[in-house]
Design a protein around this ligand. Structure first.
Ligand code: NAP
Length: 340
């Protein structure tokens, strides 16, 4: 059994975009496998925008990664050793293994996957945390009603691609916002958005007015930045904002030029908006309900998804940087090792 784990650690806290010098690649000993634990060979690592927040000092909704500590993250892998009842070598499991090639994990913190149901890496995307986030956001936070218009930003990403499709299935007019013509074409042609607007092209505000002629009733907010500033004027009175993320600001870019707080606050007042931030941790108990509804839609191909795969753990930092700036197209994954 393997005794070391290739590990990407946090070498330095980033200022702005996290450069290569913020990460270190090391081989770390695993030690003896403890009672009640499984040893996992990681196959897939999920890269998610929240990881950028954990690189900063100071608590957000999850604690910061300490300098020298392995970067955290969810993975999918194969059990290669087990001292836990109910787990055997060859099982495929998901858990918070981190940016590593191998990990020991308590059996209570891993979930076995059935490779016959869906490709195992979907447990990190459409059938995992991002899919659940989209489902909770559309159904519980936006309280979307058939016939209304919703806007989804980062419309082709891990969360947004599911949110847009669920909104459409629920009878809403769904307008996506994404970076570049290729993503916008995919959003309309494959994901079924009624329209998708490129946030990099000029006059986003005017184009949004045309794409949502009856105004916007719900905004699934993934990005902040200029997209938020374009959406605000289009919101109808009593519209809802499901505030899921503000990735445009995670590296600090555009923060100084953002719309002034008094203007924003006044808009919320005058339009009687309901803005609700939500963190998916509070909704994990709904996972079985989500899986029962969305699992069959993925299995029969009704719900589409796309993956942006980078080969090799050592390339995770570059893939992570790219994702934060729109270089991904679909769920961002690192292939750490071969299939079981
Ligand atoms: N609240 C929660 O519990 C929770 C859970 C999961 C995710 N989230 C949040 O949901 C959002 C999406 O996450 P994800 O995992 O699905 O990532 P993703 O959408 O797959 O990837 C991030 C995307 O953000 C977009 N983006 C980056 N900079 C931008 C900018 N300046 N303006 C507009 N768009 C920009 C890019 O899309 P384009 O190329 O289309 O611009 C990029 O592809 C993030 O804000 C994340 O933090 C929140």
């Amino acid at each position: 059994m393997t005794e070391t784990a290739r590990t990407v650690t946090l070498a330095k806290r980033p200022e702005g975009v996290p450069g290569d010098d913020c990460f270190a690649l090391e081989d770390r000993p695993l030690g003896d496998l403890a009672e009640g634990h499984v040893r996992v060979r990681v196959i897939w690592l999920s890269l998610d925008p929240y990881m950028r927040g954990r690189m900063n000092a100071g608590k957000s909704y999850s604690p910061p990664v300490e300098i020298g500590e392995a970067m955290g993250g969810q993975g999918v892998g194969e059990v290669i050793g087990s001292r836990a009842e109910g787990f055997a070598e060859g099982d495929i499991v998901t858990g918070m293994f981190g940016w590593v090639s191998h990990a020991d994990a308590p059996a209570g913190e891993v979930r076995r996957l059935d490779p016959a149901l869906a490709p195992v890496q979907t447990a990190l995307g459409v059938l995992g945390m991002p899919g659940l986030t989209a489902w909770v956001g559309v159904h519980r936070i936006l309280e979307a009603q058939a016939g209304e218009t919703a806007v989804v930003s980062a419309a082709t990403g891990a969360v947004g691609s599911v949110a847009g499709q669920l909104a459409r299935r629920h009878g809403l007019r769904a307008v996506g916002v994404a970076g570049g013509p290729e993503k916008c074409a995919y959003a309309e042609e494959e994901l079924g958005y009624d329209a998708c607007l490129d946030h990099r092209a000029p006059d986003l505000r005017a184009r949004l007015g045309e794409a949502a002629p009856d105004g916007v009733d719900g905004y699934f907010e993934n990005v902040g930045g200029v997209t938020l500033e374009a959406v605000l004027p289009a919101l109808n009175d009593h519209a809802r904002i499901a505030l899921c993320g503000v990735v445009a600001w995670y590296n600090g870019q555009g923060v100084a030029d953002a719309m002034p707080l008094p203007a924003m606050w006044r808009t919320i007042l005058v339009k009687r908006l309901r803005v609700q931030g939500f963190i998916i941790y509070d909704h994990f108990h709904r996972f079985p309900e989500f899986l029962a509804e969305v699992g069959p839609l993925v299995a029969d191909g009704t719900l589409r998804y796309r993956e942006s795969v980078t080969e090799g753990l050592e390339n995770a930092p570059a893939a992570f940087r790219a994702m934060l700036e729109g270089g991904n197209f679909g769920k961002t994954l690192v292939r750490v090792g071969p299939d079981a």
